[in-house]
Design a protein around this ligand. Structure first.
Ligand SMILES: Cc1cc2nc3c(=O)[nH]c(=O)nc-3n(C[C@H](O)[C@H](O)[C@H](O)COP(=O)(O)OP(=O)(O)OC[C@H]3O[C@@H](n4cnc5c(N)ncnc54)[C@H](O)[C@@H]3O)c2cc1C
Length: 376
């Protein structure tokens, strides 16, 4: 413990009106919104990493709101209104993200999102085809498209996939450059006067009548007016009673290919696997369903089992006729739970949480962050 100097307290840590813990998509949007609502108040983000260090700088950049198998599976665990409310939230969140950042800063592209079905998934592909008109009918109010989902089996040959028998395309799905999105959000926050402290891990927080005390690892205690906890998959470390589990997701990326046979975002196996092009590279991630217990962790890392499954899918199904090299792999941490709805609520007079963004935080994060700010 080093403790603060007088100057550090006087210049940086005194008089913080709002603290936001976590500088992912949610925390940044919460802080930006607070500054827009209260321009003269002091808003400070505390981020434990050198960069945001959870999911927001490590994801796949799908601007998506649900593949057909995922939505069909959600209908089994959630009510119809819950499923469509969530779709609307994701859609609204994407709109907010695009308006706030600008499509050119996000490198937003709309090549659609395609779900691939292998031979052993014939039954589920048939079920999804049956459900398509029902979903399209209800989705028209959200996307404005008559047929959001369409079958596109004729593209299998062009894409050079092997072992794939059916394709269903979500025409409203797009893709972004994750790094550019986060850089833009950080720039916007700073331009609005949000102070962003990095390497600033909050070990605990305690609310008293007039303030919230945040204990900063290696320093000491800072008193702030109000706090938004936006730490997603790490929430149980700060607030152990939160209804959320961490879920690690592993990703690989190829070196640039000579020629890429497809563009856009792709889903496989109820969204447990996903891949896309990034220029002439292929990014592929997922597979946590293969080792659910081991992947229920907030520790970054790659495992042989999942890395091999990703490599196998890439070589056998996605790029069977192409020479490629895997250049890099990494992982990120999701926050998931029994419900796919994020938790956005005040847990006491001065403390709010905005966590459990699941696998679609790029879509929903802007809205969740703003909703958290609007609790104050
Ligand atoms: C591999 C992967 C692929 C994904 N792909 C997609 C996709 O294609 N499309 C999509 O919509 N979503 C995707 N997601 C999900 C999406 O990235 C997340 O839902 C979203 O980024 C969550 O944002 P967040 O700000 O809530 O959380 P995070 O980005 O996890 O931010 C939480 C922050 O809190 C910080 N923190 C934690 N504890 C503390 C502490 N005690 N003190 C200070 N700081 C702390 C962390 O360092 C982190 O920066 C993916 C996620 C992963 C992991």
């Amino acid at each position: 413990m080093t403790g603060f100097s007088f100057w550090e307290i006087d210049t940086w840590f005194a008089g913080i009106d709002f603290a936001v813990i976590g500088s992912g998509i949610t925390g940044l949007n919460a802080a930006i919104r607070l500054k827009e609502k209260y321009p003269s108040r002091k808003v400070t983000i505390f981020e434990r990493g050198m960069l945001p260090a959870g999911a927001s700088t490590r994801n796949a950049g799908f601007a998506c709101f649900g593949s057909l198998t995922e939505l069909a599976a959600d209908m089994e665990t959630h009510s119809e209104s819950e499923v469509f409310d969530l779709i609307k939230k994701r859609w609204t969140g994407l709109k907010k993200l695009r308006e706030r950042c600008g499509d050119n800063f996000l490198d937003y592209q709309n090549h659609g999102g395609t779900e691939i079905f292998r031979a052993e998934e014939k039954a589920i592909a048939d079920r999804c085809t049956e459900l398509m008109p029902w979903f399209n009918d209800r989705l028209q109010k959200v996307t404005g498209m008559k047929n959001t989902f369409v079958r596109a089996d004729e593209r299998i040959k062009k894409y050079s996939f092997a072992e794939v028998e059916k394709l269903i395309v979500n025409r409203a799905e797009g893709q972004i450059d994750t790094g550019k999105m986060m850089r833009r959000l950080l720039d916007i926050a700073r331009a609005k006067g949000v102070e962003i402290m990095t390497g600033a891990e909050i070990e605990s927080l305690k609310e008293n009548k007039n303030a919230v005390s945040l204990h900063l690892k290696n320093y000491g205690t800072v008193e702030v007016g109000k706090v938004i906890v936006a730490v997603n998959g790490f929430a149980n470390r700060l607030l152990p009673q939160t209804d959320l589990q961490p879920a690690r997701n592993q990703v690989v990326i190829t070196a640039p290919l000579q020629k890429i046979p497809f563009q856009g975002c792709f889903h496989y196996n109820r969204g447990y696997f996903y891949f896309r092009n990034i220029g002439n590279r292929v990014l592929l991630g997922g597979g946590r369903n293969l080792a659910e217990a081991a992947e229920t962790t907030d520790a970054f890392g790659e495992t042989e089992l999942i890395q091999n499954a990703l490599r196998d899918l890439l070589g056998r199904v996605i790029l069977p006729k192409t020479d490629y090299q895997i250049e890099q792999s990494w992982s990120g941490i999701l926050g998931v739970g029994t419900s796919k709805n994020p938790i956005v609520k005040k847990i006491s007079e001065r403390t709010a949480v905005a966590v459990r963004l699941g696998g679609m935080g790029v879509a929903i994060g802007s809205l969740t962050g703003e909703e958290a700010a609007d609790l104050f």
